[in-house]
Write a protein that binds this ligand. Structure first.
Ligand SMILES: [Fe+2]
Length: 184
């Protein structure tokens, strides 16, 4: 059974697939190509369920508190930086969601609005994952024993089932892979 940091890194890999797909869509939109509103809506659902409801919730409700209990500081420390990134990400998601609704109804410039927010979101998340993997997870591996990480993983699984429903997490991951292999 992989530890908590390894599991979070595996999730980062799935999310990076989604981010690459989002970036490809932004370039199609900027070139004036037609992108289906269905593809945009599915990507937004993945971000909502997989990234927000599951991945970030695991960190905020379980992983960060476990680190705090081992003395890793929140304010002015790495957890505070991560939380600020999550907040900025949520604001960009709201912008993207609003633009997708307008795009569905064919409103002018809505595609470009979505593309700008999606580009910023992808850049923010790529950088955020880098910081977590290079700094926070290394710190976590030095303060959380394998036993503690095992308890965290069990809590992650419970949260996943409650937030996404049983099996939904895997389904979303497979769905993202399928979506990413499509051309439009
Ligand atoms: Fe994070």
């Amino acid at each position: 059974m992989p530890g908590a940091t390894k599991l979070l890194k595996q999730e980062h890999r799935s999310i990076r697939v989604a981010l690459d797909f989002a970036e490809r869509m932004t370039s199609w939109i900027e070139r004036g190509e037609d992108v289906s509103s269905e593809a945009l809506a599915r990507l937004m659902e993945f971000i909502h369920l997989f990234v927000e409801q599951c991945h970030h919730a695991k960190k905020e409700k379980i992983f960060f508190p476990a680190l705090e209990s081992k003395g890793v500081s929140t304010e002015g420390g790495p957890i505070g930086v991560m939380l600020a990134d999550h907040e900025r990400a949520r604001a960009l998601i709201q912008e993207m969601k609003g633009a997708v609704e307008k795009y569905k109804h064919g409103l002018p410039k809505s595609g470009e609005r979505w593309a700008r927010a999606a580009w910023d979101y992808s850049g923010l998340m790529q950088e955020h994952f880098g910081k977590e993997e290079e700094i926070l997870f290394r710190m976590a591996d030095s303060v959380l024993t394998p036993e503690v990480q095992g308890v965290i993983v069990a809590d992650f699984q419970r949260l996943e089932e409650e937030s996404c429903g049983p099996g939904k997490h895997e389904e979303l991951r497979a769905w993202m892979r399928e979506l990413a292999s499509r051309q439009t």
